[in-house]
Design a protein around this ligand. Structure first.
Ligand code: NAD
Length: 499
C-alpha cells in the first residue's frame, strides 16, 4: 500500500506512529493509498524547522524569492501530466479539469512572481520638520494553510505562493482525502530552490487542525472548506491571537432574465452545475429563471442536455464528469435528493440510478434536475455539493435579486441578460462577493482577489491578488529624523501634531 508522507525538513524519525486514513480511487471505490492522521508532535517538528528557516528567507531579497517561484512554475509545467493524473485519480475530476485546477494555481504563482513590486512600501519625505515617514510590508512569520479536497492544487497554491513570496515559512495541511498532489508540489518547491523548512506539509484531520490553531508560533491561518468548520477555525484561531481568513461553503445562483441568450445560458449552466460533479465552491447549483415563459423554455432546453451528459471514469477523455470524492459524499448527495423530493420539489431528472458498468463500486452519481424548488426548503438553504441543479422560479427581477441576497451563503452569483442597465443594477445591489455578468463561474483572475460574503467567508482579506499580500504581511511604519546638530534642547510633553 502506498504511504503518503509528510514533507518535513527535519524528517519524521522518532515521531510516534499515527493513525492512518484511507485515500480512495473514486473510479473503483478501492483504497489506493494511506495517509497519516497526525497531530501536535508532527506539527511541532514542522514549526521547529519553519522557525529556523524563516528569518533567512525573509532576508533574501524579493527578486531571489521570485526566482524560486519562477523555477517552481517551470517544474510544475514540466510535471503537468503526471500531476494531473495523480490529482484526477484521488479526486475523481476529469483529466482536463485536473489540468485546469493546476493551471489556475500556477496563475497565482505567476502573480506572486511580481513580489518585488507588490511588497513595496510607501514613503513620505518631509512629513514634519526633518522628518520622513515610511512603511514596509513585513512577513507575518509562520503561516499555515488548511485546504479542502475539491481543488487540491489550486487552493494550496493560492495560499503558499503568496505567503512564500512575502517571506514567510508555510505549513500546509491538505485535505486527507486527496493529499498526494500537495505533497508533490512541496517537493517541487524544494527542487526549485526554496530552503528546507520554508514549505512543509503535515497530514491529519481535526486533531492536526486544532493543533495548528492553538500553536503560538503560527501567526496566520488561511482556511478553505465547509462553513461550520470555517467558523470554528476562525473562532479558535482568532481567540489564540492569530490572523485568520476562513472561506466556507456556497450556494451560487444563476439568474436568467427573459432577454438572455438562451443558447449561452444552457451551455454555461450545464457546465457550471455538473462540471467536476458539482464539487466546486463556484458551481452554479441554483438557476432562477425570471417569468414563467423563461422557466418553461429553460426547462425544455435543459432536460435533454442534462440527460445526455456522460458520466465516466475520470481518465476517460469523453466523460463530462467523473465520480464524486468518496462513498460517504455520494450518500450525502443521495440524501439531499431524497430530501428535495420529500419537501415537495419536482425531480425532473433523477441521477440516483446510475451504475457504470465494470465500475459498480465507483462513487458515480448521475445528474439531477429539480424544478419548483422554493426558498423554505432545506435542500435549497443548504449546500449539496454534487451534480444536482435546482430551479427556483421568480416572478420578476426584484424577487430574483432577493434570492441570492438573502441566502446564508454569498460566494458567487451570475446574471444572464442583454440589458446593461439591469446588469449594472444587479451587480451594485446583490449581496454576494463575486458576480458574473453572462459569466457562469466568476472566479476572479489571480491579480484580482477571491472571496465570498456572509457564511462563505469569515475574517478579513480575500485570497490572492493584492489582498493576499496584505493577509500574509504586516505593515511596519517608521517615522525618522536624523540629528542635524540644531536640537533646541526642549523636552516635548505634548503629543506632536502637524498644527
Ligand atoms: P471540509 O470542511 O470537510 O474540510 C476542509 C478542511 O478542514 C480539511 O483539511 C479537513 O481536514 C479539515 N476539517 C474537516 N473537519 C474538521 C473538523 N471537525 N475540525 C477541524 N478541521 C476539520 O471541506 P471539504 O469537504 O474538504 O471541501 C468542500 C467544502 O469546501 C465545500 O463546503 C465547499 O463549498 C468549500 N469550498 C469553499 C471554497 C471557497 O473559497 N469559499 C473553495 C473550495 C471549497
Amino acid at each position: 500500500m502506498r504511504l503518503i508522507p509528510h514533507v518535513l525538513a527535519l524528517g519524521a524519525d522518532g515521531l510516534p506512529e499515527a493513525r492512518m486514513g484511507d485515500v480512495f480511487d473514486p473510479n473503483t471505490g478501492e483504497v489506493q493509498a494511506q495517509v497519516p492522521l497526525a497531530g501536535a508532535e508532527v506539527l511541532e517538528r514542522a514549526v521547529e524547522a519553519a522557525l529556523a528557516a524563516q528569518p533567512g528567507w525573509a532576508a533574501t531579497n524579493p527578486q531571489r524569492r521570485a526566482r524560486v517561484l519562477f523555477a517552481f512554475k517551470a517544474l510544475v509545467e514540466r510535471e503537468m501530466e503526471p500531476l494531473a493524473r495523480l490529482l484526477s485519480s484521488e479526486h475523481g475530476k476529469t483529466l482536463a479539469d485536473a489540468r485546469g485546477d493546476i493551471q489556475r494555481g500556477l496563475e497565482v504563482v505567476e502573480f506572486a512572481c511580481g513580489i518585488p513590486h507588490l511588497q513595496k512600501g510607501e514613503y513620505t519625505p518631509g512629513a514634519g520638520p526633518g522628518i520622513d515617514v515610511y512603511s514596509m510590508r513585513v512577513p507575518v512569520g509562520i503561516g499555515a494553510g488548511i485546504t479542502p479536497f475539491n481543488f487540491p492544487a489550486m487552493i494550496p497554491m493560492w495560499m503558499f505562493a503568496v505567503a512564500l513570496a512575502c517571506g514567510n515559512a508555510f505549513i500546509l495541511k491538505p485535505s486527507e482525502r486527496d493529499p498526494s498532489v500537495p505533497v508533490r508540489l512541496a517537493e517541487l518547491m524544494l527542487e526549485a530552490g526554496a530552503p528546507p523548512g520554508i514549505l512543509q506539509v503535515v497530514h491529519g484531520g481535526p486533531e492536526m487542525v486544532n493543533a495548528i490553531l492553538d500553536h503560538p508560533a503560527i501567526a496566520a491561518v488561511s482556511f478553505v472548506g465547509s462553513s461550520d468548520i470555517a467558523q470554528h477555525v476562525y473562532a479558535r484561531g482568532t481567540a489564540a491571537g492569530k490572523r485568520v481568513q476562513a472561506m466556507g461553503g456556497a450556494k451560487n445562483h444563476g439568474i436568467v432574465l427573459p432577454d438572455a441568450d438562451m443558447d449561452q445560458v444552457v451551455n454555461d449552466l450545464v457546465g457550471a452545475a455538473f462540471g467536476s460533479a458539482g464539487e466546486r465552491c463556484m458551481a452554479l447549483p441554483v438557476v432562477v429563471p425570471v417569468g414563467e415563459a423563461t422557466a418553461e423554455e429553460l426547462r425544455r432546453r435543459l432536460v435533454p442536455r442534462i440527460e445526455a451528459l456522460k458520466v465516466g471514469r475520470s481518465d476517460d477523455p469523453s466523460a463530462d464528469y467523473g465520480p464524486v470524492v468518496t462513498a460517504a459524499h455520494r450518500e450525502r448527495i443521495m440524501g439531499w435528493i431524497a430530501k428535495g423530493v420529500e419537501e415537495g420539489a419536482e425531480l425532473v431528472v433523477d441521477g440516483r440510478g446510475l451504475v457504470l458498468q465494470g465500475h459498480e463500486k465507483g462513487f458515480f452519481i448521475g445528474p439531477s434536475l429539480f424544478d419548483h424548488v422554493t426558498p423554505d426548503m432545506a435542500s435549497y438553504r443548504e449546500e449539496i455539493f454534487g451534480p444536482v441543479l435546482q430551479m427556483v422560479r421568480a416572478r420578476d427581477f426584484e424577487e430574483a435579486l432577493a434570492l441570492p441576497s438573502r441566502h446564508q451563503y454569498g460566494n458567487g452569483v451570475a446574471l444572464y441578460t442583454r440589458n446593461g442597465h439591469a446588469a449594472r443594477e444587479f451587480a451594485q445591489r446583490v449581496n454576494v462577493g463575486m458576480v458574473g455578468i453572462n459569466v457562469p463561474i466568476p472566479v476572479p483572475v489571480a491579480y484580482h482577489t477571491f472571496g465570498g460574503w456572509k457564511r462563505s467567508a469569515f475574517g478579513d482579506h480575500n485570497q490572492h491578488g493584492p489582498e493576499g499580500v496584505r493577509f500574509w504581511t504586516r505593515v511596519k511604519t517608521v517615522t525618522q529624523r536624523w540629528p542635524d546638530g540644531a536640537a533646541d534642547g526642549h523636552n516635548a510633553f505634548v503629543i506632536p501634531t502637524m498644527a
